[in-house]
Design a protein around this ligand. Structure first.
Ligand SMILES: C[S@@+](CC[C@H](N)C(=O)[O-])C[C@H]1O[C@@H](n2cnc3c(N)ncnc32)[C@H](O)[C@@H]1O
Length: 334
């Protein structure tokens, strides 16, 4: 249980965190194909140390604004005027992207970051510590949250609900650990329609990029075969960890069944997702560092411009469920 040597993780210190397993054996991977929770742990332990780079996650203004933008997009104005919350919890924190950036933006004073993957909790608490934030960490399954009733004022999650086998059970747990009047916000969940076009575009991009880079003169753009094979194995495990896509109305129903009131959903990213997924897949298909700073500026600039078009044009005419990302909020009755 105590392989880590990192000091000062908070009230649940580093010594209490189970050790991550970033190098799964072939047998473990085989077993994980039939056990989605083992797959979550192996896949996310394996990804933890490189996750921030892979997803361009940072803790500077760019990601602070992004995290806060997701929160403000779903939380009513009168709540935003009364911030910060005292004590927040994040489920499926990964490297801490959502809660650490929300704390930096003034949404909460302190927080607890939790995840099924010990490797992710280790990185999230390390990130929190290096930002000087009041954060502790715990390995926790969102289907059985290891905190007392009425502990938190705010519970958040980003891109986590679609990994949880019983989402309604997890939302019941969220309502249980919230104080009366406390709020939850889950963002970054894939819609059913959005996921189908994102996956189709990503598959096509991967196929074109890995085929074209076989041509003479373009091989400098090809990643070594061993790395491409590793990506394909990871993609196979990814298929086991991605359990759900959502209709916004499904999320609303589950949140109400879990006991929440003031439930609302919002969705975003249509053309931005149609650009973002192929861009990210292309970046993964070519050697790291090959694309350079101008590419990064182009990718971020065009994604930002298309997000604006989606929010100001497409949102007026398209059903919620056609956007890629859906978020949900609700409140524990007082
Ligand atoms: C796609 S990652 C998102 C990480 C982070 N929230 C972000 O947005 O960057 C999903 C995270 O949920 C975690 N997870 C999956 N199933 C879980 C469960 N049942 N309970 C808690 N965490 C879980 C995974 O280990 C992983 O770190």
């Amino acid at each position: 249980m105590t392989e880590t040597t990192e000091p000062g993780i908070g009230s649940e210190g580093a010594g209490d965190l189970p050790a991550p397993n970033p190098h799964a054996t072939a047998e473990q991977v085989e077993a994980a194909m039939r056990d989605s929770k083992l797959a979550q742990i192996l896949y996310h332990d394996w990804e933890a140390e490189s996750y921030d780079d892979k997803w361009s996650i940072s803790y500077d203004q760019r990601c602070v604004d992004y995290a806060r933008g997701r929160f403000d997009a779903i939380v009513p104005d009168h709540v935003q005027r009364e911030l910060p919350y005292d004590n927040a919890l994040e489920l499926g924190c990964g490297t801490g992207f959502f809660l650490l950036n929300l704390i930096q933006s003034g949404v909460a004073r302190r927080g607890s970051v939790t995840d099924l993957s010990p490797g992710m909790v280790r990185v999230a608490t390390r990130n929190g510590r290096s930002l000087g934030l009041d954060v502790d960490g715990r390995v926790a399954d969102a289907e059985g949250i290891p905190y007392d009733d009425n502990t938190f004022d705010l519970v958040v999650g980003h891109a986590v609900l679609h990994h949880i086998p019983d989402v309604e059970l997890s939302l019941r747990e969220v309502v249980r650990v919230l104080r009366p009047g406390g709020r939850f916000v889950f963002a970054g969940e894939p819609t059913t329609v959005g996921n189908s076009y994102a996956r189709a575009l990503s598959t096509l991009t991967w196929h074109v990029a890995t085929t074209v880079t076989r041509l003479p003169g373009l091989q400098g753009w090809r990643r070594p075969q061993a790395e491409l094979d590793e990506s394909s194995r990871a993609a196979a495990l990814e298929a086991v960890v991605d359990l759900h896509t959502f209709e916004p109305s499904d999320l609303e129903r589950m949140a109400r069944n879990a006991g929440a009131v003031e439930v609302a959903t919002a969705s975003e990213e249509f053309t931005a997702a149609m650009l973002g997924w192929p861009v990210r897949t292309f970046e993964a298909a070519v050697p790291p560092g090959k694309l350079g700073w101008n590419w990064a500026k182009f990718a971020f600039g065009s994604w930002t411009a298309l997000s604006w078009v989606d929010a100001n044009v497409w949102r007026r005419v398209m059903p919620k469920g056609w956007f890629y990302n859906v978020m949900v909020t609700g409140v524990k009755p007082s």
